[in-house]
Design a protein around this ligand. Structure first.
Ligand SMILES: [Zn+2]
Length: 432
C-alpha cells in the first residue's frame, strides 16, 4: 500500500478570517491569481489566542473554508492551519485542521540536557567550516563555537517541536497534515547559519517540516509596513532560501520545504525582495488581521449604520487601548499623539474614515497608528456579537470587494506575481 503525503504547494497564502465571514472573498483572490497563471494555495489560519479572544472554535474556520471552496468550485488543495499551537493548546485543533504551526518560540534559550547536546554536536560536526550554498556568492561560516551556541539555544525548542509533532501524528496519522515550525515570536532574529543548524536538529528529530518560520531582521508590526534595513533583509532571505535548499538536499527534509513569513501582510517595502528570493523555491506568506481591517473599511465605505459602527469600534478601541495593545506589545508601534480623538472621528465622512485606515502609502491621510490600534481592536467587535455580524452580512458586497482587492492587489500581486508593491509605485512616482 502506498500512502500519499499531504503536500503544500510551492506558493501559499495564509489568510485570517476572525469572524468567519470572508472565506469566499479571500478565495476569490486566489482564483484571480489562478487566472493570472499562478497557483496559490489558500491556508486559513487562526491562532488559539484569536479563538479565545473571539470565543470561537477551530471547527468554525473549517466550516467556513469548506463552504467557500464548495461555493466557488475551488478544485485545488486548501488547508486549515492551527496557528501557533503547542502541546497545551493543540487538542481542539486536531479534528478540524490539516496544517499545524508548531510554535516553540517560548522555549528558545532553554538548554537541552547535556548528553543530547553532545550527541548533536558529534553527529553534526560536519556542518562546521565554510559552507558554499548554491546560487549565492556569500558562503556560510559555521564555527564549532556557533554550532555549540546554537545547539544550546535551540535544541530544546526543536525537541519540544518533536513532541508536539508526534502528538499530532499519533492522533491524525503520518502524512495527513502539513507541519510548520515557527520561531518568529521572539526578540532576536535567527541568522541563516542558525537556521541551517536548526534544520539539522529538526531533521534529527524526524519532523517532516514543510514550512519554517524564522524571525527575520527588522520589525514586522501588525498590519503596517516593514520597519528595518531592507538591504539587510534581502541578503538574509536569499541566504535563508539557499540554506533551506541545502538542507532539503543534504538532510533528508521534504523537498517542498520553504520559508513561512509571519505577520507577512502589508510589508510592502520588502515584497520585491521576497519575490526575488523565493520565486523559484516557493514561499508561504502568512497574513491574518489585514482582512479584519478590510471589514472595517467596507463598513465605513458603506456609510449609514456601517460607518456608525466603524466609528463606535474606533471609540471603544481608543478607550481601551492599553488593554487591547498589551498582548501585542512586541508587534505594534502606535504613536498615541497620532490617534485622533473619537469625537473628531465621529464627524468623519466615509471617505475620511477609509482613507485614514486603508493601507495606501500614497495617501497623506493614511494613519498607521489608527490602523494598528484597530488591528488589535477586534475584541471590541467580538464583544458586539450579533450586532457586528448582522452588519457584516448586510454589507457583504462592499466588504468582499475590499477583502479581495486588498489580498490580490496589495499582497498576491507583488509577492507572488512580481508586480510592483504599493511602496515601489510611490517611490517611482516621487522619482519622476
Ligand atoms: Zn506568527
Amino acid at each position: 500500500m502506498t500512502t500519499q503525503t499531504l503536500e503544500l504547494g510551492k506558493f501559499s497564502i495564509g489568510v485570517g478570517d476572525r469572524f468567519a465571514h470572508q472565506a469566499k472573498a479571500q478565495l476569490e483572490a486566489c482564483i484571480e491569481a489562478a487566472h493570472a497563471g499562478v497557483e496559490i494555495i489558500p491556508v486559513w489560519n487562526k491562532s488559539n489566542r484569536e479563538h479565545n479572544i473571539i470565543g470561537s472554535e477551530p471547527s468554525s474556520t473549517r466550516a467556513a473554508a469548506d463552504a467557500a471552496v464548495k461555493a466557488l468550485h475551488w478544485g485545488k488543495p486548501y488547508f486549515c492551519d492551527a496557528d501557533h499551537i503547542n502541546l497545551t493548546t493543540v487538542d481542539r485543533f486536531l479534528a478540524p485542521c490539516d496544517f499545524y504551526t508548531i510554535d516553540v518560540a517560548e522555549t528558545i534559550g532553554k538548554p537541552a540536557d547535556s548528553a543530547a547536546i553532545d550527541k548533536f554536536l558529534k553527529r553534526r560536526s560536519d556542518l562546521t567550516g565554510t559552507l558554499r550554498l548554491e546560487g549565492v556568492r556569500e558562503p556560510l561560516e559555521i564555527t564549532p563555537d556557533l554550532l555549540n551556541l546554537t545547539a544550546k539555544k535551540f535544541l530544546f525548542a526543536v525537541q519540544e517541536a518533536g513532541k508536539v509533532y508526534r502528538h499530532i501524528e499519533a492522533a491524525k496519522g503520518k502524512g495527513t497534515f502539513v507541519a510548520e515550525v515557527s520561531m518568529d515570536e521572539t526578540d532576536a532574529a535567527q541568522t541563516p547559519a542558525e537556521l541551517l543548524i536548526i534544520l539539522a536538529a529538526i531533521a534529527d528529530e524526524g519532523i517532516p517540516v514543510q514550512t519554517i518560520a524564522p524571525k527575520f531582521t527588522g520589525r514586522f508590526n501588525k498590519g503596517v509596513d516593514y520597519v528595518g534595513n531592507v538591504d539587510q533583509f534581502r541578503r538574509e532571505i536569499i541566504l535563508d532560501v539557499a540554506a533551506i535548499a541545502w538542507a532539503t538536499a543534504n538532510l533528508g527534509l521534504p523537498k517542498n520545504l520553504k520559508l513561512s513569513i509571519h505577520s507577512g501582510s502589508d510589508k510592502f517595502s520588502i515584497y520585491a525582495a521576497i519575490h526575488e528570493a523565493t520565486k523559484h523555491s516557493g514561499v508561504h506568506l502568512k497574513t491574518a488581521g489585514t482582512t479584519w481591517l478590510e471589514e472595517i473599511i467596507g463598513l465605513a465605505e458603506a456609510g449609514g449604520d456601517g460607518l456608525a459602527l466603524a466609528k463606535e469600534i474606533y471609540a471603544e478601541a481608543f478607550a481601551h487601548r492599553e488593554e487591547l495593545c498589551a498582548p501585542y506589545a512586541t508587534v505594534i508601534d502606535i504613536d498615541p499623539a497620532k490617534l485622533p480623538a473619537p469625537a473628531a472621528v465621529d464627524k468623519w465622512t466615509s471617505q475620511q474614515f477609509t482613507s485614514a485606515l486603508r493601507h495606501d502609502p500614497h495617501s497623506p491621510a493614511y494613519n498607521p497608528s489608527l490602523r494598528q490600534l484597530l488591528h488589535v481592536g477586534f475584541k471590541v467587535a467580538a464583544k458586539m456579537g450579533d450586532k457586528y455580524i448582522r452588519l457584516l452580512e448586510s454589507n457583504e458586497k462592499v466588504i468582499a470587494k475590499n477583502v479581495t482587492e486588498n489580498l490580490y492587489e496589495r499582497h498576491i500581486g507583488p509577492v507572488f506575481l512580481g508586480k510592483p508593491s504599493p511602496v515601489a509605485v510611490l517611490a517611482h512616482a516621487e522619482a519622476k
